[in-house]
Design a protein around this ligand. Sequence first.
Ligand code: BES
Ligand code: ZN
Ligand code: ZN
Length: 482
Amino acid sequence: MNVKLLNQPLKQISAELTLEFVTPQALEAHPHSALLAQAGFKADQEQLCALHEHRLLICGIDTVQSDEMYRSAMAAAIKAAMNYTYTSLKCAQYSPEHFRALIEGVVLGSYKFENYKSEPKPSKLIEVIFSNDNNDGTSNTFDTLEATLHQTLIIAKATNFVRNLVNQTPYDMTPQMMAVTADQLASSNNLECTILDVNGLEEEKMNAMLAVGRASHNPPRLIHLAYKPANPKKVITLVGKGLTYDSGGLSLKAATSMVTMKMDKAGACAVMGIIKAVSELKLDIEVHAFVGAVENMIGGNAYKPDDVLVAKNGKTIEVRNTDAEGRLVLADVLGYAQENVKSDYIFDYATLTGACMVALGPYTTGVMGHNEALKQEWLSAAEASGEYCGILPFNRHLKKLIKSDLADVCNVSSKPYGGAITAALFLDNFIDEDMKQRWVHFDIAGSAYTEGAWDVHTYGGTGAGVRMSMEWLLKLNTQGNN
Ligand code: BES
Ligand code: ZN
Ligand code: ZN
C-alpha cells in the first residue's frame, strides 16, 4: 500500500473514497446521520458503514483518546476498503498524536500473504492519502507529521518483512535460506554479515546448537548481522531463536501441536526486522543481531533425552526432553554473542515455551530478567508501541527446578508449572556475570503467530517484537551519551 501525506485540506485531495472515523457521541451531529441510522450504524468500535453514493466509508470508534482504537479501527477499515474496487482512499488527521496509529493500521492491516495461493487476489486499492489537516478543519505542522510518516513506514514495513519470513514454509525457509535472506538484507542495508556453517560451529564448540540440528537434512547456520554507525551512543546485542521447524525431535510433538511450528523461527525473524529498521532509520546505536537457525528433526543420528551436551561457555546440560531445544540453541548463541561483542545490553527473542501462553494468554509477550527497572522500561515501550507485554518474575526456588544430578543444569524443569520462567532461568546460565543486569529475555511464543485475526493482525506471523523494540531503541537514541 502506498501511503502519502499531503499538505492540503481533505476536500482538495482527489481520491475515490473518503474514510471517516465517528464516535457514538458524534454520530448525531454527522451530516449523514439519518442515512447512518437507517443502516443500523451505531459507531461501535470497528463497525463499518459504506455510503457508496457519497464515496464515503464510515468507521466507528469507541474513544478519540486511544491509539489502540485508532490503529485497529483503521486496520478494519482498510481491510473493508480493499474488498471494494476503489483505487485510492483519503483520510483526515484525528489530532496529530494518533497519526502513527493510523499509518500502522493501514500498513499492518492491509498485509496479505499470498505466496502459496495459485491465484493471488491483489486488492484494487493501492493508495492511501492523508491530509495534513484535522477532521475539524484545523491544521498541523507538516514537517512533524512527515517525520512521523517516514519513521512509522520504516517500522511497519520491517514488521511486515518479519511476517513474510515467519509465514514461509519450513521447506522454503530452511536455515540455509535464513542465511541467504540475512545476506541479502546485509547487501541492501549496508550491514556486516557473518555466517557460520557446521564446520564453523564445530570450531566454535557450539555443541548444543549442533546437537539440536544434527538429525536434519538442512544443516544449521549461525548468522551475525551488524549495523555500525560512526559514533554509536550504545552497543546493543539481539539474539533470536531460529527454529525453522520444531518437530520436537525424539521427544516428538503430538500431531496437532506440531502444526504451526514453522513459526518457531519468529525470534530470529524479529531480530532481522529490528536491525533492518534501525539501519533504515540510521540510529546512532550499534546493533548486532545473532540468529541460531536450526531444524529440530528426528533420525538415527538425532540427539536424545539422556544425552549430556557441553555448551559453548563450557557448562554441561542434561537433556531430558529434546523438545526443549530452543534454550539449547540460545545457550550457544548467547555464548557466542557475548564472546564476540562487548555490548551495553543483550536482548533475546524466542518462541520458547507453550507455558508462556498458559501464563499470559496468546497475545502477550513474556518479559524476564534480573533488572527490574529495565523490565519496566520495556513494559512502557511495549505499551506505547501497541504491543502487549507482561513480566514473569524470577525467584530462587524456581531456579532449583532445573538442577541436574548428572550435569550442571537440566534442559527441563522437574515441575510442570512456571515453564516460561524456568526456561528463562536456564538461559541465565549462559549470561556472563557482567551482563546479568543488562539482559532481558522475551518469550514471544504466544504473540508471534496467530491463527485468527486480532488487532492489526491476520492469520500468520504478527511481527511481534519489532514495534516495541523500535520504541525502546528510539528512546535510547534520543537520550544521548549517558
Ligand atoms: N517451540 C516450542 C514452544 C512453543 C509452543 C512455541 C507453542 C509456540 C507455541 C518449544 O521448543 C517447546 O517445544 N517447548 C516445550 C518445552 C517443554 C518440553 C519443557 C513446551 O513448551 O512444551
Ligand atoms: Zn520444542
Ligand atoms: Zn521450539
